[in-house]
Each structure stands twice: as C-alpha cells, then as structure tokens.
Design a protein around this ligand. Structure first.
Ligand code: SF4
Length: 395
C-alpha cells in the first residue's frame, strides 16, 4: 500500500487578511527550530502502525509559505523521509512558493534536492487585486517567478489564482487567465474568495468596508475560466483544478480518492485509509511541546463509521470530473442507497449533473453550487452533510 505525506510549514512574511490557514510571522530562530521539530515528528511516524512500511508516492510542502525555509531545510526533510520510508522513483514532490521569496539560486537547490513540482501563489497579475488582497508581491514578480522556476529546471509548475474579489470585473479576471496562459503552466488552481469567520476580511465585509461580488458574477467568472482554460487544452478535472494531460496533482488526487495520507506540522490532518482520521494541534506551541517531549502532537482523533466512510467517499469523488460509477456506489454505500442516489440524481437539472445508468458526475455549473447538490443527495440517503464541499479560497 502507498500513501502521501503533507508537511505544513506555517510561516509567512505577513498575514493576508483573507486567509484562515494556521500561519504566523516567524521570530528569530523559529524557522530553524521548527525544521528540527518537524524532522523529529517524521521519525516518530515512521514507526507508527498506520504508516510504517508503506511506500510514499507524494510529498507536499504546504503552508504558510514553505519557500521561506532555506533549501537546506527542505533537502534535509526529504532525505529524512527517504531514509525512513521507501519513496517511489516517480514520487511527486511539491513545494508551495510565493513570488518574491525565492531566487534562481534557491530554486536550483530545491530542484537538486528532489522537489519536482512547484506550486506558485501568483494569485493575480492585477496590481489592484494584489493590493486589495494585501499580497507582499507585485504583478511583475508573479511572472518573474515562473521564468525563474523554468530556468531552474522545473518542468511541472502549478499556478494559484484568486477570483471574486470586491470590484473585480470580468475583464480583469479574463486578463489574469490570459496572462496565465502566456506563461504556459502545467496546472492551474482557482480559488473563489471566501470570507472566513475570524479573518479581517470577514469583519470588513460585516462592517460594509468590503462589498462582495454577486453570486451571479462569480458564477460567470468561474464558467469563463472553465471555457478559456479548456479551450487552451486544460482538463477541468476537479472543482478548482485544471491540468494539462498527465499533470493532475497526484497529492490532491490522494485526498479525493480516499487514499491514506500523513499530515505533519501544526494543524495538519491525517487519514489512515481505513476508518481513522486525526489532526495535529493547530498551534505551533502545543504542537512543538508535544513533539519535543516525544508525545503524539495530536489534538483530535475520529473513528469513522461505515456509513460515514461511504458518504464522504461519495462527496469527495463528486468533486472530480471522473464522477462515480454505479458499481462503486453499490460497494461503498450499499445497493439500496446506490439506487436511491441515482433516483434523486435524475431530478437534478441536466446542466448541473450528468446522470447515466452506470455513472454520474457533477458538471462545472453544478460544481459552483456543489454544496446544495451534495446536500440533496445526502438527504435522499437520509444523512447530514458532514463538511464543506464548495470552492474554497486558498493562498
Ligand atoms: S494566503 Fe498564503 S501567504 Fe497569505 S497568509 Fe495565507 S498562507 Fe500566508
């Protein structure tokens, strides 16, 4: 059996006011100390029953801003993983990087250490949008970062873009998509801005300082992205993700297909591939103390019932253009529920969902209101919606 490893690197140069990830601006020496502790956490899990002896197919450095770490830290962590597990030759090793945080020298070092996929948080080529999002890079650095990554030898580059920010027009969004295509990325992730509770953006929206776009305009933007990127040869393979042939994100495919993954670092989630999920302490100090004292840095463990596993599997697969086959549904939720599911799915408008006798899949227009569709399907199965399945804002 194989699995993926996610490493949450929580440091950012500044805190973007729309972001609800766990992150912090590092104090002197904190980045070094964190890398040391992360190495200890990796060693701990190599002997845990859930993941010991499995093959690693994907390593993902996410954050936060992992590119704030010196390449030597990343290289050491990859080596530690390689020493403790069998990492397959074709493993995808991704690092998230923000424009302006790495130069050619660092990128070459990262490439040499085994990172073979770069996920660039470009977000936009509009200076107005970048300023409104309080990003700490400008419109030129986004473009420059792609050129540097290519020069350093990266043949697999993903770009993140945000849409739906206040005052954004269709034309401004179209410009972002066209500039993105000019840079020829292998993969593009789109995020519809959300106003997460607890963030400054949430407060500013409540106080009237920020005026969200209408849902109709956001839908138009989403469908425009679908059309422009698909016309350019991308496959819209998941709610928020587009890939050139052969460049789907292997790591995220693990999440969406119910494969096991191990999350390391504060706030990271793990799933053993059967019925257990757990989450690390969501703050650096609790997580760090536990790891330092060789204790489990886990704050929550959840044991899933069979029904819940089946239903979550369904909601995750419906995120993919591949959809769900009737045979698989029968296996996961049982024949009676599979039959009820198909019955209800036929009542959903055909521009939102494609329903065949042996297969069903949500269409791009349906993905935009995926929560409602999944809720309807779950109601048919007499279950509550367990988690959010809409487009999410990530940076
Ligand atoms: S959006 Fe990215 S760079 Fe900004 S605070 Fe969040 S993780 Fe850090």
């Amino acid at each position: 059996m194989s699995f993926g490893i996610y490493l949450h690197m929580p440091f950012c140069r500044r805190r973007c006011p729309y972001c609800d990830f766990y992150k912090k601006v590092p104090r002197t020496g904190e980045v070094e100390r964190f890398s040391f502790l992360l190495g200890k956490e990796i060693e701990h899990h190599a002997v845990s029953p859930s993941f010991a002896g499995l093959e690693v197919t994907s390593i993902y450095f996410g954050g936060g801003t992992p590119s704030l770490h010196p390449p030597a830290h990343i290289s050491h962590l990859i080596e530690t993983i390689r020493t403790l597990w069998q990492v397959i030759d074709a493993a995808e090793v991704t690092l998230e990087a923000n424009p302006g945080t790495v130069g050619l020298y660092e990128l070459k070092k990262l490439r040499a250490s085994g990172v073979n996929r770069l996920s660039l948080g470009v977000q936009s080529f509009s200076q107005r949008k970048l300023q409104q999002l309080f990003r700490d890079h400008d419109m030129f650095q986004g473009r420059e970062s792609v050129g540097l990554a290519r020069a350093a030898g990266f043949g697999n580059i993903s770009m993140d873009l945000i849409f739906g920010i206040p005052h954004e027009s269709l034309q401004e969004w179209k410009n972002d998509l066209e500039e993105t295509l000019e840079l020829k990325p292998n993969h593009v992730s789109l995020y519809n801005l959300e106003y997460h509770a607890g963030t400054p953006f949430y407060r500013w929206r409540k106080s009237g300082r920020l005026l969200p776009l209408s849902e109709e305009l956001e839908l138009e933007m989403y469908l425009m992205a679908h059309e422009i990127l698909c016309d350019a040869g991308f496959e819209h393979y998941e709610v928020s993700n587009f890939a050139r042939s052969g460049f789907r994100s292997c790591h995220n495919m693990l999440y969406w297909t119910g494969a096991p993954y191990l999350g390391l670092g504060p706030s990271a989630h793990s799933y053993d591939g059967t019925r257990t999920r757990f989450q690390n302490w969501p703050d650096l100090s609790s997580w760090g103390s536990a790891v330092d004292f060789r204790q489990e840095p886990i704050s929550e463990i959840e044991h899933l019932a069979d029904t819940q596993i089946g239903l979550e599997w369904l909601a995750l697969l419906l995120r993919l253009a591949d959809g769900v086959s009737y045979r698989e549904a029968e296996e996961k939720v049982g024949p009676a529920r599979a039959s009820a599911l198909w019955q209800v799915a036929t009542e959903i408008p055909t521009e939102l969902m494609d329903v065949q006798s042996e297969h069903l899949a949500i269409l791009p227009r349906g993905w935009f209101c995926m929560n409602d569709i999944v809720l309807k399907l779950y109601k048919a199965l007499d279950m509550a919606l367990p988690q959010e399945h809409r487009l999410v804002c990530r940076g």
